[in-house]
Design a protein around this ligand. Structure first.
Ligand code: GLV
Ligand code: MN
Ligand code: MN
Ligand code: MN
Length: 406
């Protein structure tokens, strides 16, 4: 690949990382001003490649590069939203890397015999609504009524947000079903340290593990911190703390189960008042759906028992659940051949992180490429991938595009 194409991709990753809703650190959540600004930048880059560009009301962008009109398109892309205080590569690499791969083909005068659609999804992380993949769910027409009623931290429902903050001007419908395409391929950083330990630049993904996200509420009684004896308290936060530790113990004892409480809110939230309400999230994942379901049941029983023993009211709501997904064998075969031709490796890895392919897999075959990231660190501002590894990822995508037959 020409250095110039790689340099441009790296510069775009840096530039996108400056588009943030926060004065410090990178944050872009569903339909936020920064998320839209990032989408506009990406649309400009797509136009620069001669693509036919649009966005939908939910802020997902798409660029289409023609090819033979009667062939089904191949889909490439990733997400443009981020977690809070995010890294630069999670999501951005898949969109910018796809555009770079098309630049390489243009530079080599390769005209593909099929159209390519590059997608930048507006929500994969699910930070705003907990309910994740809103961008990809939108493009397969799968935003269900219960999801439209989910509320963000400000109490706004998803349907209200789409109505009031939706990207209405010039919005188009982006829609895919079973007959639309025979493949979606995403380039992403590994977000783990297996590649680094194996001294490999890249690998192909075998599948994406299942996950459940919950909102849990423990409710007790607020009271005076100085006058209420310890044995008379109904402290919601100490109950929640016990739940957090029960989750950690369960996951430690049942690898590869992983469980995380990433958010907790305490009311009334004064240092001299006993917490009346503690509301927290749970993210629970396992590559095996039955095992995940089993542990979910056990967790609920454990939380229930903690609440009962402490005389707390207990609420439990599943805000997101999806099963494990396998990458498509045919796509994967071509991806593996492409990997081998670029790096000489043939490694495969399952993904513990969620990706838009989970949703797209319900209507088309999916495949993924992982590139190494430093120390496996992700969802952190120090997330880093070496330019050579990014180049390898883009080259694998290029090789794949040359080998793919719709
Ligand atoms: C997305 O990064 C997720 O796996 O939660
Ligand atoms: Mn991601
Ligand atoms: Mn992520
Ligand atoms: Mn007082």
């Amino acid at each position: 690949m020409k250095q110039e194409i790689l340099q441009r991709a790296l510069e775009r990753i840096e530039l996108l990382a400056t588009v943030s809703d926060a004065p410090e650190g990178l944050v872009r959540t569903f339909l936020s001003p920064a998320n839209r600004e990032a989408a506009e930048l990406v649309m400009e880059w797509m136009e620069g490649l001669g693509m036919e560009v649009c966005h939908d009301v939910g802020g997902t962008v798409r660029g289409i590069l023609g090819g033979s009109a009667d062939a089904k398109p191949l889909l490439l892309g990733s997400h443009l939203d981020t977690v809070i205080d995010a890294g630069k590569y999670d999501g951005a690499l898949g969109v910018i890397g796809a555009l770079a791969a098309l630049e390489v083909l243009r530079d080599e005068n390769v005209v593909l015999p099929f159209p390519v659609h590059v997608l930048g999804f507006s929500d994969e992380e699910g930070v705003r609504f907990q309910s994740t993949y809103l961008g990809s769910r939108g493009v397969i027409g799968e935003l269900e009524s219960w999801q439209l009623e989910q509320r963000d931290m400000d109490g706004l429902s998803l349907s209200e947000v789409l109505e009031n903050e939706g990207w209405l001007d010039d919005a188009e419908t982006i829609f895919y079903d079973e007959s639309s395409s025979d493949g979606y391929v995403e380039l992403h950083i590994e977000q783990g340290r297996v590649l680094e330990d194996a001294d490999e630049a890249a690998c192909i993904v075998s599948g994406i593990c299942g996950q459940v996200r919950l909102r849990v509420v423990m409710a007790g009684q607020a009271d005076h911190a100085g006058t209420t004896p310890m044995d008379l308290r109904r402290d919601a936060l100490t109950g929640a703390a016990e739940c957090v530790l029960a989750l950690e113990t369960m996951a430690r004892e049942h690898s590869p189960l992983v469980g995380t409480v990433g958010q907790i809110q305490v009311h009334p939230g004064a240092s001299n008042a006993i917490p009346q309400v503690a509301e927290f999230t749970v993210d629970l994942r396992h590559p095996d759906d039955e095992a995940l379901e089993h542990h979910l049941g056990e967790l609920r029983n454990a939380f229930d028992a903690i609440a009962n023993r402490r005389d707390l009211d207990f609420g439990w709501e599943i805000v997101q659940q999806n099963g494990a997904v396998d990458c498509d064998p045919d796509l994967t075969k071509i991806l593996l051949a492409s990997l081998e031709s670029v790096t000489g490796a043939h490694g495969m890895l399952p993904s513990g992180a969620g990706h838009d392919g989970v949703i797209l897999s319900t209507v088309m075959p999916i495949g993924m490429i992982f590139v190494r990231c430093q120390g496996g660190l992700s969802h952190h501002p120090d997330e880093y991938a070496e330019p050579d590894d990014i180049a390898a990822g883009i080259d694998i995508l290029v090789e794949f595009l040359k080998r793919w037959k719709p």
